[in-house]
Ligand binder design. Structure first.
Ligand SMILES: [Mn+2]
Length: 448
């Protein structure tokens, strides 16, 4: 039995406090207020968009749907949470704070969304400090007017918090591992639904039921793609009808635990044959790439290696008439593999600090690869995805045919495989000194 994330929470709060105190000192702030956010309404309507708290607020607290709460961090002091719990009968108010997390904070329950302001006055009576010495982090309109504009989300301070968030604590890793187990159960159920001949819509509903999430609780909109829809990288529809011939299924879906995400992709063929073989080849490649992950690896290099490896698969399946090296050199590999190898994963599916070094300097993407989302040298306790893909995308194939050497592609082979859409295999891994821990494979192995 995996250890419950709650058992790591006290040390998580202690670690975050240390990291934030160092950042505040380096940037010369005496305190910071973190606002959880304010619900947004659709224009001229009282419809509320699904609310997601400020991820910096979530990095302290497992309060995944709490609007208008605020957290005050003063170095050397226990953090104070202004916990918004209105007396309301239109909506269900947030329940009372639970001891497992609340015991680590001074909690002041407030009944009005604006009541963190008098709370702040009680803790930091000199209001002039807010115009220079106290920072605020968040997007709530209520921060304006209370803080100097330059001290709301100061970039250098946020960069420091982002860099800190790239090294996950044991609590965070336990939450992501739990999110992976939850998603693995749902993926297995989705595969069953596919084999039973369900529509995209039907498969999606089975996924949600298996992980007990609503759509709004998913870290991102599931990609549930039959046949050629697998070649639409962020395919967002759910067809209600079943295609006359079902050939393939690509599903990219995650779950959340205390707002920490998993992000997992699998591809399946309905029958044995060439596409099934292509899936096997991509699965072996994905595991091989995961095997190359360890602290000190430059992710840009691993990404470029993945282009060469995918080109080798293209050669061995007779899809291209060129050497793997020429396919990478000419940009042909990007016709079939037009996205990055992966990204950091955490409170955000595409988590922060992917493009900056530990001093906050930008690390540019390799030329010709605008979609890569991670350019860092990997460190212990980074959590990231490895997700190579190979697709038959009509737009990109046509572009190549019109603008480049069309004979480099074996068009008969493309025509035979295009009805299957594409393949992506995606796992979530934790970087260690000598390798990595594959949370996703472990999670699938544990599904009964
Ligand atoms: Mn991903």
């Amino acid at each position: 039995m995996e250890q419950d994330y709650r058992s790591y929470y006290a040390s998580h709060v202690g670690e975050v406090q240390k990291r934030w105190e160092r950042a505040l000192e380096a940037e010369d702030f005496m305190a910071v207020l973190v606002h959880s956010g304010t619900p947004m309404y659709s224009f001229l309507d009282d419809y509320q968009y699904a609310f997601r708290p400020n991820p910096h607020f979530l990095s302290w607290l497992p309060l995944t749907h709490h609007a208008d709460s605020a957290l005050l961090i003063v170095p050397g002091e226990r953090p104070t949470l202004f916990y918004y719990q209105p007396d309301d009968y239109w909506y269900l108010p947030p329940s009372d704070p639970e001891p497992w997390w609340a015991d680590h904070f001074n909690i002041e329950v407030v009944r009005d969304a604006a009541d963190w302001r008098p709370g702040l006055d009680r803790h930091l009576p000199d209001a002039s400090l807010r115009m220079g010495d106290i920072a605020a982090i968040g997007d709530s309109p209520s921060l304006a007017g209370e803080f100097a504009a330059d001290w709301i989300n100061p970039e250098r301070l946020i960069d420091r918090f982002h860099i800190a968030r790239s090294r996950k604590t044991p609590y965070e890793i336990a939450c992501i591992a739990e999110a992976a187990r939850r998603a693995a159960r749902a993926h297995v159920e989705a595969e069953n639904a596919f084999r039973e001949g369900e529509s995209e819509f039907g498969i999606h509903m089975r996924y949600l039921a298996a992980c007990e999430h609503t759509d709004a609780q998913l870290p991102y909109g599931n990609i549930v793609a039959l046949n050629t829809h697998g070649a639409v990288l962020h395919y967002q529809e759910r067809e209600r009808s079943v295609p006359s011939e079902v050939r393939s299924f690509l599903i990219d879906g995650g779950c959340t635990v205390n707002a920490y995400a998993s992000d997992i992709t699998r591809t399946y063929a309905r029958q044995n044959g060439e596409f099934a073989d292509l899936i096997s080849a991509m699965d072996s490649l994905e595991l091989d790439l995961v095997g190359r992950v360890h602290a000190g690896v430059d992710y840009k290099e691993l990404f470029l290696q993945s282009h060469l490896e995918i080109s080798r698969i293209l050669v061995s399946f007779g899809i291209i008439n060129a050497s793997a090296e020429d396919a990478v050199e000419s940009g042909l590999s990007s016709v079939f593999y037009p996205h990055g190898l992966g990204h950091f994963l955490g409170l955000q599916t595409h988590d922060v600090a992917g493009f900056i070094d530990n001093d906050g300097r930008e690390i540019p993407r390799p030329e010709g690869h605008p979609a890569l989302r991670l350019t860092r040298v990997l460190e212990v306790d980074n959590v990231l995805t490895i997700e190579p893909g190979l697709y038959f995308i009509e737009t990109l194939l046509n572009q190549w045919r019109n603008q480049n050497d069309a004979s480099m592609i074996n068009w008969d082979r493309v025509e035979a495989l295009a009805p299957y859409g594409g393949v992506r295999i995606e796992d979530n891994v934790v970087v260690t000194e000598t390798g990595c821990d594959n949370l996703t494979r472990k999670a699938f192995a544990g599904v009964q």
